[in-house]
Design a protein around this ligand. Structure first.
Ligand code: AMP
Length: 229
């Protein structure tokens, strides 16, 4: 299964992508994580990337597309993947389709996790991320067992430089601008599934699983039926 997860920053894309990927036995590909790893390098490119990441600004399409292309070429992505954080622009969505076309495969679904903006601000400013494995917590809603320490790997939890309130507002603004054309793009292709993102991670995961199960036809079958209708 080849999936894209969409949703505002803090909508739970990362958590859901991780859960779906584990359930389906396919890799979770998070461009934010790939970029943060590349940005840690003490090189010119590393410094340039940190400039974008710290401000919450979008990294140029060519850079992200190239990074994603390389990741999706790895053997583990052959059976499918869950993309998280990509595409964020229409140009990236078109490039993704081209990439998949070259591999003679297609995206199955684009799942949008819907959460109101006020809730997103609350969630992000309390979010803590593990430096080592990327697992996410919330100081109020989902605290770790030991404050500041990751339950999964024991790594240090930190407040991402782009999770401060000012940057969160900027990221939400950006998402608002970028999401509409992306959602339209996938709606036109007939692959968009909208899921309510309020509630616990487990409940949202169930909603996504139900939505995917209720639309279990393969993409070629759906395309054929759409042509015949
Ligand atoms: P995320 O972890 O998905 O919230 O992404 C963190 C940051 O990485 C974003 O605020 C952007 O600066 C950058 N980023 C991640 N994915 C993309 C993308 N597809 N296009 C451009 N920038 C991205």
């Amino acid at each position: 299964m080849r999936l894209v997860l969409l949703g505002g920053p803090g909508a739970g894309k990362g958590t859901q992508a991780r859960l779906i990927a584990a359930r389906l036995g396919i890799p979770h590909v998070a461009t934010g994580e790939l970029l943060r790893a590349a940005g840690r390098a003490d090189t010119g490119i590393g410094r340039q990337l940190r400039g974008y990441l710290d401000k919450g600004a979008l990294v140029p399409d060519e850079t992200v597309v190239e990074l994603t292309r390389e990741r999706l070429k790895e053997p583990d992505a052959g059976r499918g993947f869950v993309l998280d954080g990509f595409p964020r622009t229409l140009a990236q969505a078109e490039q993704l389709d081209l990439m998949l076309e070259q591999q003679e495969v297609q995206l199955d679904y684009s799942v949008v996790v819907q959460v109101p903006e006020d809730e997103l601000v609350k969630r992000l400013s309390g979010r803590r991320t593990c430096r080592q494995c990327g697992a996410m917590y919330h100081v109020g809603f989902r605290p770790p067992r030991v404050a500041g320490v990751c339950d999964v790997c024991g790594g240090e939890l930190y407040l991402r430089s782009d999770d401060t309130e000012q940057t969160v507002r900027r990221r939400l603004e950006l998402y608002r601008e970028q999401a509409t054309p992306l959602l339209d793009y996938y709606r036109r292709q007939g692959v968009l599934l909208a899921v309510d993102g309020l509630g616990s991670a487990e409940i949202v995961e169930q909603r996504i699983a139900l939505a995917l199960a209720g639309n279990h036809q393969s993409r070629p079958d759906r395309d054929r039926r759409a042509r015949m209708a």
